[in-house]
Design a protein. Structure first.
Length: 111
């Protein structure tokens, strides 16, 4: 179970870094990012949007698919938004203002 939580943490940090660099996300992250953008939240607030979506999914699953709820469902859905928020924070600590786009604009690469 600990390895599953570590795996979810690493996936979430990767999703947060991809989201903050604006290089794209995995298919699940795209859904969260689309709803984040529709709610007009910043890139750093992807974890907040994920928490709202996951809470709604758990409620829907509780009423319509209770037999599908298992420990794996809770390991993935419950900490997902929190881990993405940690990943967004780590991104701001590690990459302070130095994004790929700023390097491209600074050095006029590809233009």
């Amino acid at each position: 179970m600990a390895t599953a939580i570590i795996g979810v943490f690493l996936v979430c940090v990767g999703v947060a870094i991809n989201n903050n660099t604006q290089l794209g996300n995995d298919p699940v992250g795209i859904i969260y990012d689309g709803i984040r953008q529709a709610a007009q939240l910043s890139h750093a607030q992807l974890g907040v949007a994920s928490n709202y979506i996951n809470t709604g999914l758990i409620i829907i699953l509780f009423f319509f698919g209770r037999k599908y709820i298992n420990v794996g469902t809770l390991i993935y859905l419950v900490p997902y938004g929190f881990f993405i928020s940690i990943g967004s924070y780590l991104y701001t600590v590690v990459f302070v203002g130095n994004t790929l786009c700023s390097y491209v604009n600074k050095w006029h690469i590809f233009f």
